[in-house]
Write a protein that binds this ligand. Sequence first.
Ligand code: NAP
Length: 295
Amino acid sequence: MSEPLFRRLCLIGAGLIGSSIAQLARERGDIAETIVAHTRKPETLARIRELGFADVVEEDAARAVAGADCVILCVPVGAYAGVMAQIAPHLSLGCILTDVGSTKGSVIRDLAPLLPPGVHLVPAHPMAGTEHSGPDAGFATLFEGRYVILTPLPGGDRAAQERVAELWRRAGSTVESMDAATHDKVVAIVSHLPHLIAFTICGTADDLAEETREAVLKFAASGFRDFTRIAASDIDMWRDIFLNNRDALLEMLARFTEDSHALARAVRWGEADFIEDRIRRGRRIRRGLIERKQA
Ligand code: NAP
């Protein structure tokens, strides 16, 4: 077994993503010598103790990060500024500060100004998840075969970036790097817009008259059901993502709205070729995902 990457790994937040990292580190043994977990609510702290995936469960964020050579923020992105204000003065010299947040421009905006000298910030986003949340939802294989995107800061420490990349490679992920603005546009189309559509379509179905709504639930298997899975996601996390990737999300939504109007027009005017072309493109994209084993 290779040497552990970190001596003391501290997870701030231990829900789906944080607890999956902790379980992975526990199982492999070559990620961290000691796993520290901090979270906010007493009941979540108690549950983490019961689940036993951390060596140290710490209720105080400042004490949790003290002495850690790697700190991973695993909280909703709207909580970053507050958490950073608490932990920044207590980060050790040489510590790597990384994260798993679904938006990257906002993360850099909220963390970089408070970064102490000698602490290396390496923003990261594992493109893996489920619609479940909380410490019970985590599992060690969550990141296997998935992409992790790093959005390093210009002039950032290369050795720190390499260690974060190695952490994710040990999780079974493929690591890619890009700038934060590109990342935020990509995830706006592949993840944030689909969630916005899923929340909206469920709202539209819920607005229908009583007897129609009943029938929608009864016959949901024909497509609507797939939207409800996405729409079952965590409230805090998705509120924060929408508010912290506003520009990219609104840009993608505007493009989507234009395109859906074009399709609606083709339906209205009976333009079968246009409709067929749209369906063909959808099928081609699905085939592409299957070929890349991302389906
Ligand atoms: P989660 O299961 O809801 O867990 C969130 C954790 O953060 C909980 O331990 C919660 O603890 C803690 N927390 C919330 N606010 C906090 C605060 N102000 N201070 C300290 N702890 C706080 O969420 P998750 O799915 O793991 O998501 C975590 C991060 O990963 C988010 O930034 C999300 O954007 C990103 N992400 C999620 C997915 C996904 O599919 N779920 C995929 C990729 C990336 P308490 O119970 O104590 O509040």
